[in-house]
Design a protein around this ligand. Sequence first.
Ligand code: FAD
Length: 237
Amino acid sequence: MNPHGSLFVGKGKQTIFMLTRLRGEQIHHTISVSYITPTVFILRITRRELQFKPGQHLTLGIPGVGELREYSIYSPPHHDYLEVLVRLVETGRLTPKLAKLRPGDEVLVDGPNGFFTLTDEQILHPQLFIATGTGIAPFHCFAASHKNLDYTIVHGVAFHTEQHDPRHYKPGCYIPCFSRERNLPFAGRVTDWLRQNQVTPQTEVMVCGNSQMILDVWEMLLDQQHPMEKVRQEIYF
Ligand SMILES: Cc1cc2nc3c(=O)[nH]c(=O)nc-3n(C[C@H](O)[C@H](O)[C@H](O)COP(=O)(O)OP(=O)(O)OC[C@H]3O[C@@H](n4cnc5c(N)ncnc54)[C@H](O)[C@@H]3O)c2cc1C
């Protein structure tokens, strides 16, 4: 079994590639693929009454393709469709195929899964959401689901053209950090932002994206003596 849940079965000289069923993926249908940056698109699929908590993820595949990948749910539970935010990895095995989906095409969906969610108690505290790239997806879902949430999203992207739906957030709550250009509101990485901003001890911190960024953020919060039981993370790769 490989890490993505696929199984290779030898049969004589022939090797048959089989996609194992996790807990029984359901067939959903593509509604649209729309780009919000040159390399990031929203895949909208039918809901089929799937219930989920903001912050959870789905495991997606395409019938016959033999690859399954996890995607945080971008849209809130009160919408009658499901959306995920996908970075097109040119050399990737699944994302180039997701990018080519057309309205009506079938998508395999397993889930929801995951515990990167907010409890009723946590929702009462100020939230600092730190993300790089598509790691913003669960935070978009939180912001759209909980209208009274007190949150700040610090979002790392290379250029201002890579901001992800900035108008979807309350004014002043979305802080893009541009790592490869000098531009307002912040030039530098999310870790540079954190170096210049002390996090108050009552703040719940959630971090999502690549593992190196998450490790760097942890180190900085330790330096700031932030209570680490108030820090949670979701690692994408
Ligand atoms: C819990 C969880 C939630 C996830 N949610 C999302 C999500 O909401 N959106 C999303 O785009 N991805 C998400 N991912 C990553 C996603 O599952 C795939 O790994 C990614 O889409 C690449 O798939 P692929 O088959 O095209 O590439 P593969 O052939 O599997 O190649 C993987 C390589 O692609 C690169 N890569 C993987 N993900 C990203 C990314 N997001 N940005 C840049 N480079 C990447 C890494 O170098 C990785 O080693 C999530 C992963 C996990 C574990």
